[in-house]
Design a protein. Structure first.
Ligand SMILES: N[C@@H](CCC(=O)N[C@@H](CS)C(=O)NCC(=O)O)C(=O)O
Length: 217
């Protein structure tokens, strides 16, 4: 039985969970958090940075959410569609996966970490810089969607885009008047059954969002 170490409120756990839900793969969720120090100990021991998600397939440890998705696509016939069959299209999807991790989710994390470090007075300069970088990423994504149209689901790109756009919109709302395609794509992603399941699983933990979760979604 595959074991996925993660937490339902963690964006990178969602990213790895989406293929499990999309393809009804059997697995055990090993929860992270103060009530489960034994799971934390495994993550600390088996990963280079002590970060989750971590997938254990028997003794094999697979980490980095993208690495987990690559592994599932390699191991399970039903998961091959997580990557386009055409190698050039697959390379494009992998490039866009980097865009979401490095220029969307990373900037969300800068805002979250500013709040975590000093909850009473988060560094406003750090937050403003992260929001500015996010706005730039939104503009790029809007132009990309205009050029290419909404991508097919469910691929690595779905797994990367859904959680990062979900949380990015909480940190810097995606204005429909400026980025209508991006706002519409976010809504369409959240309506996909495997993503909707992640949203629901995470709902009880919203009070934990350091900058404060909005009353929507
Ligand atoms: N590059 C990693 C990022 C994983 C990551 O940042 N995970 C967060 C949870 S969403 C984490 O482990 N946070 C706890 C920590 O940093 O100690 C991936 O793609 O899986």
């Amino acid at each position: 039985m595959l074991q996925l170490f993660g937490h339902p409120f963690s964006s990178y756990t969602w990213k790895a969970l989406i293929p499990f839900y999309a393809h009804a793969l059997p697995f055990t969720l090993r929860m992270l958090g103060p009530d489960h120090p034994e799971n934390q100990a495994v993550v600390q021991e088996r990963t280079p940075a002590g970060k989750f998600p971590l997938l254990l397939d028997g003794e094999r440890a697979v980490f980095e959410a993208t690495g987990i998705i690559e592994y599932l696509a390699a191991m399970r016939a039903e998961c091959r569609t997580l990557f386009p069959a055409d190698p050039v299209d697959a390379a494009h999807v992998r490039m866009l996966d980097r865009v979401f991790d490095n220029y969307v989710m990373a900037n969300v994390m800068h805002v979250v970490q500013a709040h975590l470090r000093t909850p009473a007075s988060p560094d406003q300069a750090e937050i403003a810089a992260a929001r500015q970088a996010l706005a730039r990423a939104y503009r790029w994504l809007e132009a990309w969607l205009k050029a290419e149209g909404e991508p097919e689901s469910v691929t690595l790109l779905t797994c990367a885009a859904a959680p990062s756009l979900f949380y990015a919109d909480w940190v810097l709302p995606i204005a429909a008047e400026h980025c209508p395609r991006l706002a519409a794509w976010r809504a369409a992603l959240l309506a996909l059954p495997p993503v909707a399941r992640c949203v629901e699983d995470a709902r009880p933990y919203r009070p934990l969002f350091p900058p404060g979760a909005p009353d929507r979604d």
